[in-house]
Design a protein around this ligand. Structure first.
Ligand code: RAM
Length: 932
């Protein structure tokens, strides 16, 4: 038997810079982070030392040339800013770190990580914007879909390449290749931004891709978000339906080569490139692609190809104030593959393939046939009962790809490049041969956000629900948080994003994803200070502006990133914008600190979107706006504190008090019930579902009032009782929409109604989360009744997505309440484990639950298991953190920790606490707690 030997100190792992592993960044004081591991309990970092050098061989205390932090007394293991020598464009930095534990024992040096600085200013770019205007070749009736341009350039590389970097971006979408090999594995680059203000670029290490002699730089462009169709503009008859930012997709690329002999060479896009149309005859994000393989420019990416018939590209002027910056988010990638579960031939000769999972992505097909045979590929999330593909819910998104065969006797394989679809089923027309197992493969696409969470119980429905939530997140976090991946929308709806952001943090690491989107939000902010309905924010419909419940994403999303990751830079960067938004609210409330009925009647729809997709009487949107106003003022108070801005901390805390007072005075009666002056809304015309009437006394009102601390601590239980009463009156069912569903279960739990929260959570009756699962869902639906046995798909043509995460916001309750993982300090430096145990047992209930959540410090685990009156809890607390474990018990004597009586365990401290709980304060390590 071998005996493992552990080092005494802490070992640092998972070194990251700006949330990424070995990234390229524009941050000149990049933030470093690491996680600590130890096989011992109660481990804390007391100090750290960071070394940064320009070469690995210099990573030695006496040779260091960039930064030696020295031994810094600090617990910080994340958001630690580089503060060495000034960093310049292209600088490659190597770093490592070691930590001292609470006893002053130094751990070993970590492995070496890197970060590289991008091109910090525009004058570093010698590359020009080049493109080929093929717009007049778009000739469809409904859709104007011109072919996609191809660009190429032959270059000569000398021997002895030491380092080569490709800096590349597009207005539109690009794929780049060197000698026929795709550069990188990213998809839909360079991502969506307000291209008038900024465009991001990617940096690739292409040292290994270059050969001595002639090399070919190749690129294909597409229209994408820049020049293609966007959202529902076509559906709603907007004057502009495509080319919102520009008509011609453009490439800007610069290959920089340094040689061993010290010389350098730069190859940049310019008039000396060649351009042509090719086999990609249609290419649009929403509508799909057509690839005519007969038109393939065989060998165009290889040296020696005869491009004499190609054209000179046009060079386009840059927009002077457009920024060019390093892509800050996680790249969109193919994140998985799905094989076909079943295939069925239809009477019309077409085939339906079922991938068994609703997803966002594309398919790779393998076919054999004659030149000119056309394969039509359509996508759908559902089938009709007779087995044909349901596509009405795609509305105006054509979402169809065509592949025209060249007739290769060995067979041909193809996948689209610049589009994606939301689907579970694929319908293919045009096969000459019977498809087999290798005919079709589903390729999942999405922003590559590392998985951080898991949630598993002994209840199958709940496990499927969790899978549905995570799949819906994967399908909709595609460069920006979208509403849905299938129909003619796929835009960054701010309301959806803000209700779901906390849930998202549990499932995946979304720190850099929201770092990116937060800039989109700021870029989309209106002159008057309101954040937009969606970001990026091209005008897809004349009347689209802002709405209560949506615009607050500008405060709520960065706040959540601060909370989960301890990130104060996102606050600092967006602070002026956030303050401007608060000023806007103040001005709009006319100094009253409350939005009275009809305060937002100037919007379209009147009042904004309110509690979108709720059932029954509507919660007044103005009342919700008032709640959000108070909530935002609270978050601003906290964030001002976090960045040390005391005067604004005071300002927002005063504002928050005033709002709360004014809101309660206006919207509650003497018994504490929420009320409104419903008469003022008249027949509700122009309001979303206004014909249903308005009431202050709704589930959504209480759920939000409790969640946002509108009611005082003393009145929470009373408000909770009103809420419980309303649910009972409604036959034990929820009636909430987008704004009400997220806080519903948390509010019940916070007000002593955990049992009712569980009943709603585990219900399989319509409307509920379980109902969707019972009906075969593999993702979260847009509506509670997207499909019912009685009505089938009653909304399809209107708005019926089967991949919409807003109602997946229940995930927040699953982790924070059912598993009880509650962050109490930003970045999870300290947290509570306070699980709510399902009070009932038996079929359809939960007896056994385990959630894991990887924080900036490492993995938290919270598991519990009921066995009659006995309860076992299992908790893992990462190194450098502490936790309060709330064990539901009355007497300390009832408990054991790791088999020993609590009193005799030296690793737990019993804290005075809440009635019904024994609170155990613990340091890092694994704990098994049993209640007899
Ligand atoms: C729908 C979107 C989104 C919602 C808006 C108001 O069309 O899908 O989910 O936020 O409308």
């Amino acid at each position: 038997m071998s005996i493992p030997v552990f080092a005494d100190g802490l070992t640092a792992v998972n070194l990251r810079t700006e949330y990424k592993v070995n990234p390229v960044t524009d941050a000149t004081a990049p933030r470093l982070s690491w996680e600590l591991t130890s096989d011992k309990r109660n481990q804390m970092q007391s100090s750290y030392q960071i070394l940064v050098a320009s070469a690995p061989s210099l990573l030695n205390e006496d040779k260091i040339d960039l930064w030696n932090s020295g031994q810094v007394k600090s617990r910080a293991t994340a958001q630690v800013q580089y503060s060495g020598k000034t960093l310049v464009s292209r600088q490659l930095c190597y770093w490592k770190i070691r930590s001292w534990n609470q006893d002053g024992i130094a751990g070993p040096w970590s492995g070496v990580s890197t970060f590289e600085i991008g091109l910090l200013s525009k004058d570093q770019w010698s590359a020009q914007w080049i493109g080929l205007d093929l717009d007049n070749l778009g000739k469809g009736k409904t859709y104007h879909l011109p072919p996609a341009p191809y660009l190429r350039k032959e270059i000569k590389i000398k021997t002895g390449v030491k380092k080569a970097r490709l800096y590349v971006t597009a207005l539109g979408l690009y794929e780049f290749s060197i000698n026929g090999k795709k550069t990188g594995t990213d998809f839909l680059t360079p991502g969506w931004t307000d291209y008038h203000k900024r465009v991001y670029y990617q940096t690739y290490d292409v040292t290994a891709d270059l050969e001595t002699g002639v090399n070919v730089l190749g690129s294909q462009l597409s229209y994408g978000w820049y020049a293609g169709y966007l959202g529902y503009s076509l559906l709603v008859g907007n004057p502009v339906v495509r080319a919102f930012y520009g008509k011609v997709p453009l490439l800007k690329a610069q290959l920089e080569v340094s040689y061993n002999d010290g010389s350098t060479q730069t190859f940049a896009t310019g008039a000396d490139w060649k351009a042509s149309k090719g086999a990609l005859t249609e290419s649009d994000l929403l509508n799909g692609e057509t690839y005519d393989a007969r038109l393939e420019l065989s060998g165009w990416q290889k040296p020696g190809f005869n491009d004499s018939s190609w054209q000179k590209p046009e060079v386009y002027q840059d927009k002077e104030d457009r920024k060019i910056q390093t892509y800050p988010g996680p790249p969109v990638k193919i994140t998985g593959e799905l094989t076909v579960k079943s295939q069925t031939k239809r009477a019309d000769g077409s085939w339906i393939f079922d991938l068994g999972q609703n997803l966002a992505g594309i398919v790779r097909i393998k076919v054999k046939g004659a030149a000119g045979d056309t394969i039509r590929i359509r996508y759908g999330e559902k089938l009709y009962p007779d087995g044909h593909l349901m596509t009405e819910n795609l509305r105006m998104a054509r979402a169809t790809d065509y592949y025209i065969l060249k007739g290769d006797p060995k067979g041909e394989s193809w996948e689209p490049k610049f589009t994606f679809h939301g689907f579970q089923y694929v319908e293919i027309k045009g096969f000459k041969e019977k498809p087999d197992a290798g005919t079709l493969l589903g390729l999942v696409i999405g922003s590559d956000t590392p998985k951080t969470g898991s949630f598993e119980t002994d209840n199958k429905m709940v496990n499927q629900l969790y899978s549905n939530i995570d799949w819906t997140q994967r399908s909709n976090y595609i460069d920006i948080p979208t509403d849905c991946p299938q129909r003619d929308e796929r835009i960054g709806w701010t309301g959806d994003a803000q209700v779901y952001v906390k849930s998202a943090t549990f499932n995946r690491d979304v720190a850099s994803f929201f770092t990116k989107w937060n800039v989109d939000l700021a870029d989309g902010q209106f002159e008057n200070g309101a954040y937009p309905l969606y970001a990026p924010a091209p005008n897809l419909r004349k009347t689209d502006t802002f709405s209560p419940g949506w615009m607050e994403a500008g405060i709520i999303c960065p706040y959540q990133i601060y909370q989960t990751y301890g990130d104060t830079r996102i606050i600092e960067q967006g602070w002026p914008n956030m303050v401007r938004f608060m000023d806007f609210l103040e001005k709009r409330s006319g100094g009253n600190h409350v939005f009275k009925e009809t305060a937002f009647k100037d919007l379209d729809p009147k009042g904004g979107f309110g509690d979108w997709l709720s059932f029954g009487q509507k919660t007044p949107p103005d009342m919700l706006a008032s709640f959000y106003y108070a909530y935002c003022a609270d978050l601003m108070t906290e964030m001002a504190g976090a960045i040390g801005n005391q005067s604004e901390q005071k300002r927002f805390s005063d504002t928050s008090d005033k709002i709360r007072k004014a809101v309660l005075a206006h919207y509650t009666d003497t018994t504490g019930r929420f009320i409104c002056d419903a008469k003022v809304y008249g027949k509700g015309e122009g309001y979303v579902d206004g014909n249903l009437g308005f009431s202050g006394n709704t589930q959504t009102a209480y759920a939000n009032a409790i969640y946002m601390n509108i009611v005082s601590k003393n009145n929470i239980n009373k408000a909770g009782n009103f809420l419980a009463e309303l649910i009972k009156e409604n036959g034990g069912k929820l009636a909430t929409g987008f704004l009400g569903a997220k806080p519903l279960l948390p509010a019940l739990s916070a007000s002593g109604n955990s049992a009712l929260a569980y009943d709603l959570f585990l219900s399989k009756e319509f409307p509920s989360w379980g109902f969707e699962v019972e009906n075969g869902s593999t993702t979260i639906w847009e509506r509670w009744d997207s499909f019912t046995n009685e009505d089938g798909f009653k909304y399809n043509a209107a708005m019926n997505s089967f991949n919409h995460y807003a109602f997946g916001a229940v995930c927040e309750w699953m982790f924070s309440n059912a598993a009880g993982i509650q962050q109490t300090h930003p970045g999870f430096d300290h947290f509570d484990i306070k699980p709510e145990i399902d009070p009932k047992s038996g079929a359809g209930r939960i007896d056994n639950l385990k959630a894991t959540f990887h924080t900036m410090h490492g993995e938290i685990i919270s598991a519990w298991k009921k066995d009659g009156v006995h309860l076992t809890m299992q908790v893992t607390v990462p190194v450098n953190t502490t936790a309060d474990i709330y064990v539901p018990a009355d007497l300390t004597d009832q408990l054991t920790v790791d088999g020993k009586k609590v009193a005799s365990s030296k690793d737990v401290v019993v804290k005075k606490g809440e009635k019904g709980f024994i609170i155990l304060e613990v340091g890092s390590g694994n704990y098994v707690i049993k209640r007899q």
